[in-house]
Each structure stands twice: as C-alpha cells, then as structure tokens.
Write a protein that binds this ligand. Structure first.
Ligand code: VGL
Ligand code: ZN
Length: 212
C-alpha cells in the first residue's frame, strides 16, 4: 500500500440518479467509494477526487453547439459526443453527491474548464495540451500506484486510466465501483477490456478490502 492513492472520478450529482447525465446504479458507486475512502484513510494514503467542472458556455453541450444530445460531431478537431448541460461550475449538479464521504477527500482536481475543448481524463484535456495538475500532485506525493473508480466507465474513468498508464503509473481499476453512460450497451465492457489490454489490473472492491 505504500505510494498508493485512491482516485475518485466525477462522483457528482449530475452523473448520479436524478442528474442531467445519470448512469445506472450510481448508488453502488457511492457505496463502494465510501468503503475505499475508509480504508485509504485508515492506511493514511491520499484520497483524490476529480470534478467535471464546465463553464455554462461549454461547447460539448449540445445546446451550445446547435447539435443533438448523444450524436457525435467534431470539436477542436477531435471527435465529440454532444452532451446535455451538466456539471456547470458551482451548480448543484457539479457538487459531490451528498452521500459521498467527501470530508475525507484530501485533494480535488478540476477538469473541463476550457469551453473550447472537452476533458475526459483527470490528467489532460482531450488534445493532451493542457494539464490539470494531477500528474504534478502525484509526483509531489510520490505516488506510483493509483486505485481508480467512479463515473463514467466509458468516458472519464477510461481516459483517466489510459493517461495514467501512459504516464507510467501502476493502475488498478475497482470495477464494481465504476458505472458507464453506455450509449451502446457494451461500451463499459469494451472500455474495461481496453484498460486491461493496455496494462490496468481490474479488481473487485471486496477482494481488495479483504486483503488490506
Ligand atoms: C463525463 C461525459 C461528459 C464523465 C464527463 O465524467 O465520464 N462524461 N463529461
Ligand atoms: Zn463533461
């Protein structure tokens, strides 16, 4: 457990039941996150959380781009799924879910703040130009191994995991603590398989909690 951190991806009201871009079974994500938070706190390992944090004029929002929610277009030269308005800075939808044990979170990373480009990864914008500060933080904390869970498996979790692997971190994805948007039914399954193929360990929270 030395040099390990817990990274909670986007456990925000808009991605949870009742929110603008809700995944199924977000309650299970929150429960699992709270169990891991407790364990990481006991072992004195850092707990980090990302927040999708968009300005109201963000161009990934279909209504700002004159496009249709769920369809795919191009933004800043990159393929872009058009989203409903979600996680607008300082709104209720952008806040941590009230049932998440947020008092124990040590560091918060904000992403998606440039209205011209989306940012699924908690490390970089989608064009890999701008860094959020997560990599620098992890270097400062001397973190080598990331335990990642959250929302959405097929977007922000996936791209965060892939960037972490590219940056040389050991990555374990706590799969029962992740849920996806699943525009196609098997998007989350495919995303997990891609993470595994590129070097992430896929683990189960119960299995991990029993060993630590
Ligand atoms: C996310 C779609 C749009 C995510 C963020 O957190 O996975 N998905 N913005
Ligand atoms: Zn977003």
């Amino acid at each position: 457990m030395k040099n390990s951190a817990l990274l909670l991806v986007d456990i925000q009201n808009d991605f949870c039941t009742g929110g603008a871009l809700a995944v199924n079974e977000s309650d299970i994500v929150i429960q699992t996150a709270n169990q891991l938070i407790h364990s990481f706190k006991q072992s004195k390992n850092p707990i980090i959380a990302s927040l999708d944090w968009h300005p109201a004029d963000h161009l990934s929002f279909a209504e700002n781009s004159g496009t249709v929610v769920g369809e795919v277009g191009t933004l800043n030269g990159l393929p872009q799924v058009w989203w409903p308005v979600h996680c607008v800075q300082n709104s209720y939808g952008a806040a941590f879910h009230p049932e998440l044990n947020q008092a124990l979170i040590n560091h918060i990373i904000y992403k998606g703040q440039n209205h011209l480009i989306d940012s699924y990864s908690a490390f970089f914008d989608n064009d890999h130009e701008y860094q959020t500060g997560l990599h620098t933080l992890l270097q400062t904390l001397n973190i080598k191994h990331l335990y990642i869970l959250g929302i959405a498996t097929d977007y922000c979790v996936k791209f965060t995991v892939l960037d972490a692997l590219l940056l040389g971190y050991q990555v374990s994805v706590i799969t029962d603590g992740c849920r996806g948007v699943n525009i196609q039914d098997d998007d989350s399954e495919k995303a997990l398989e891609e993470m595994r193929a590129k070097g992430a360990a896929l683990i189960d929270s119960a299995h991990w909690l029993n060993r630590n």
